[in-house]
Structures are given as structure tokens and as C-alpha cells.
Design a protein around this ligand. Sequence first.
Ligand SMILES: [Zn+2]
Length: 183
Amino acid sequence: MADILTFPDPVLRQCAVSVAEITSEIQTHIDLLIDAMHRGPGGVGIAAPQIGVCRRIVVVDCSLARHSCKHHGQLVMINPEILTQSGQVMGREGCLSVPDWVATVPRAKKISVRYINEAGEICELMSSQFEARVIQHEIDHLDGVLFIDRVVSSRDMVRRMVDAYIETAAEAAVETTTATSLS
Ligand SMILES: [Zn+2]
């Protein structure tokens, strides 16, 4: 079981290294990421640096969201790259590595992404709304960027109530009513 690193751990600020080959070690990292995502309250995505592995791997699964949204199920994305992006939408985000805060953050509304899947195949997909937000949030982790870096105004940051942690954690990933797109 992998521990989830939390801010201000310096590993979260490192730029992750591309994966050259899907070895058994990489597969182990993927399994640990999926496990850690399922353990986190409201976890719909996680990036390898969050478990101390500075490799370009993210896992996203928006079928785990508490609200219904369009999604591609569980995605294991190795060396993911955003190819195109369009629109902008504000939405609320939380992060397993920044457990005390939620914030409203601008993100592209629609993206296309290229990545390598677990089988080593090059894939491309179009994603929008909540899932696109989650993918952008996770890819940011690979470059040492946290959602708190993208907050436009300090008024957009809210301290999570400790007592209501489990409840609000899942809600943190849900888009606000003003957002036409994702979380
Ligand atoms: Zn995060």
C-alpha cells in the first residue's frame, strides 16, 4: 500500500520522467496508483508523483464520481500529452495531496489527449467537462503543478471542514453550478 504524499512535500514539485518501457516495475506502480485512488475519499484520479514515483503516469476513473458525468471509465495514461484544448470553465477541485483545501479553478472545457495505455498502445481520446478537468489536474501533477497554483483569487480557496471531511472530499471534485463543464 502506497502512502499519499501531501503538500508541501518537495516530491510533488518535481517534474516527472517519461516512461520508456512498461516493465513489471511500472505495472506495480500502476497497481499501487489504482489502489491509492480507490482509498482516497472522493478520489477520481491520481498521478504517480503523489505516491512518490516521479514517472509520467496518471490514473483517472470518473465512474467513481458521486455525480453522474460523461466518462471513459478507468483510464491508465502513460506519458499523457494534451494535444488540443478549447473553451474555459471554472470548477471546484480538491486533491488527495492537498487535503485541507478546495478551490475554484479555471480549466479548458474540452481537450484531446494522447497517451500510452497499459498494453503499450498509443491512444487518443477527446474528453470534456468533469473528466477533462480531472485529466488536466492529474497531468499538472507530472509537471509539479498543484491546483492551488491555478487559483485566480484567494477568495476562491476554501478550507475544508475537518468534521465533514469525508462528505466534502467527494463534493470537492464536483463542478459548481456556474460551470458548464467539468469539476
Ligand atoms: Zn491532485
